[in-house]
Each structure stands twice: as C-alpha cells, then as structure tokens.
Design a protein around this ligand. Structure first.
Ligand code: PEP
Ligand code: MN
Length: 338
C-alpha cells in the first residue's frame, strides 16, 4: 500500500499516522521526493481500513500495490536508488564499470589486472575467490587466500572489490570486501539472501538466475531488502535459451523494463552473457545504450591460460578499447522518461 501525503502535511499528524501504522504491524517507509512524499507500507496491510487512512487530513491518496515485490517497487520509492560501493556510486545517473578476472589465481595476476583496469577507467575490481563451478573437478577458487589477494590489490590500487559469497558462514571473511556478489546459481537461495540482508549492509550485487523471470529476480531482491539491507544492485548476465552460438542469450530488454519496475540500479555482465571475448564489446555498448547503470566485465592478462572463463575474458588492451567506446557512447544512453 502506498500513501501519498498532501503537500505541507502537518509533521505531528504524519508522525501520528506512522505510529498508528506501526501499531497495526505495518512498517512504513517514508520517501520524501522533490514533488511529493509517499509512505510505502509493508506488512499486514490487508487488515488496514483504507477508508480510515484516506479520510486523514494529511493524506492525498491511498493505493494498494498489486506486485508482490514492495520495497524493490518503483511505486514504493519513485526516485532512483543510488548505491554507494565504498566510494563509487551506482544508479541515479552514476555509471560504474567493474572489471577483473573470473577467478583470483595469484597475487601477481590480480594486482597486474587491477592496475590495468584502473588505468583504463574501471572503478571497481572483481575476482572470484569462492567459485560456483559446474564441475566438481574444475578449479574451485583459492577461497580465503583469494580474498587476501583481492585485499592486497585493493590496497595497491584503491579499487573497491566485488566478490561472490556462496555460504553465509563466509560472511565474516568479507569484512573488507566492498560489494557482495550473489551469483546466478544462488539467486534463489532464499536462506542466503535472508542472512545477507539481515547481517550485512554492504551493497549486494544480485545476478539474475539463468532462467529467472524479472519478477523472480525482484522477489530475490525483496528478500535482501525485507531482511534489512536496501543496497541491492541488479545484474543481467544472460539467460538460457535454445540458442547455442553464445554461452547465454543477453536480454538487454530488461534494462528499460527493470528501470520502470524498480528504483534499484541495473548493471549488465556482457562476459557471462556471451561467453565470447569478442562479443563483450558490442554487448557492453548495447547495454550502455539501453541505459544500464554499469557493467561488470571479465579481464585476464593471459586468457588462454585462465583457470576459469578464459574464452570470454578480454585482455587489458581489449578492455581499454571497450572503455573508450563506452565513454563515447554514454552521453547518448537512453534515460527513462514518461
Ligand atoms: C561470475 O561472475 O564469475 C559468475 C560465476 O557469474 P554468474 O553467477 O552470473 O554465472
Ligand atoms: Mn566467470
């Protein structure tokens, strides 16, 4: 339910309304925008007497929300959310590029890649320490040591780090991590989402499951938000279709669609979406043109010898060229309008 307040509504009466809502087991979220102030209500709203709320002198309109996602809903929070990733901000016109290897392999590798992607304009470093691999016989990541290496690269370059969390028990190791990635395979690991939401306020980069609808993606974001962490960034990383020419099928439609449905930032991962390094640049440009709030791109100094996802990894030179083209395109990016 959304309550829109009258302009210049009496503060004391608004406080009274908020107290009354809480007494009725409803959590009010006040969103004071430039043109109007709204109160998004989550909880037992079905039992509220809408007529009673509507009759209050401070209330302009009352509207029920049909969608099952509430906190993630644009109606609930009309302004774009801006997520602070330890310095760089994503959303609401702030665009960031996250780059780095699929997996952390060695200190030398990560530090060299971090320096190269920073020089090309990336503002955050990615790298997997705990890897969700399809085969148990594939490299599973360096684990705790991988996190230490990422922190060394952060110290040396100043780049905030983004890395995947697969088990809640590992959260205590993530103290100096800037953005917690929840991978496509865990998008519907509801216990993990609840725990992350309840125990961390760090930004959560939530990747779309490979066969998840947008409503399912938004419901997963809702799990994190409803548990107490509003700092969610959504990521399109390609979905599974009948097409086999690419690893996944990039679904760029989601960028403007999600921007209408939600206030959360939306970024695109053209690396996992295509699986092919030379397709990363055109897809990155497509994502930028569609209005994405950022990109996450895999970069490796020696792709043929990468321990994970070499075929889709750009070299630092390719990445630098992509960054030049992305920068040139950015002023033309689509911005949502009515
Ligand atoms: C990754 O970012 O390395 C990764 C495993 O991505 P996804 O969860 O999208 O497959
Ligand atoms: Mn990868």
């Amino acid at each position: 339910m959304i309550i829109t307040l009258k302009k210049n509504a009496d503060k004391k009466q608004v406080e009274c309304l908020l107290g009354w809502l809480r007494d009725h087991k409803v959590t009010p979220h006040v969103s004071a925008g430039e043109s109007e102030t709204i109160i998004g209500c989550v909880g037992d709203v079905a039992r509220l007497d809408i007529g009673l709320v509507q009759a209050l002198s401070v209330v302009e309109t009352v509207q029920r929300i049909q969608e099952p996602y509430k906190e993630a809903n644009r109606k609930f929070h009309p302004e774009d959310s801006v997520v602070d990733c330890g310095g760089p901000k994503v959303g609401g016109g702030n665009f960031q590029v996250i780059a780095g290897p699929c997996s952390v392999e060695s200190e030398e590798q990560v530090v060299a890649i971090a320096k190269a992607v920073k020089a090309a304009g990336a503002s955050m470093l990615r790298g997997g320490a705990f890897k969700p691999r399809t085969s148990p016989y594939s490299f599973q990541g360096l684990g705790k040591r991988g996190l230490e290496i990422l922190l060394t690269a952060k110290r040396e370059t100043g780049l905030p780090i983004v890395t995947e969390l697969m088990r809640i028990e590992h959260l205590e190791l993530f103290n100096d991590v800037d953005v917690i990635q929840i991978g496509a395979r865990n998008m519907q690991n509801f216990d993990l989402l609840k725990e992350v939401g309840a125990h961390s306020k760090k930004p959560v980069l939530l990747k779309r499951g490979m066969s998840a609808t947008l409503q399912e993606l938004l419901m997963s974001a809702e799990y994190v938000m409803a548990s107490g962490n509003p700092n969610v960034i959504l990521c399109e990383r390609g979905i599974r279709t009948y097409e086999t020419a690419t690893r996944n099928t990039i679904d760029l439609t989601v960028v403007p669609v999600l921007h209408r449905l939600t206030h959360l930032p939306v970024i695109v991962d053209p690396s996992h979406a295509t699986g092919v390094a030379r397709l990363v640049e055109p897809c990155a440009m497509g994502a930028v043109a569609m209005g994405a709030d950022g990109l996450i791109i895999e970069v490796h100094n020696d792709p043929p010898h990468a321990l994970c996802d070499g075929a889709q990894s750009q070299t630092p030179e390719m990445f630098a060229e992509t960054m030049r083209r992305v920068a040139a395109l950015r002023p033309l990016a689509y911005v949502q309008h009515d």
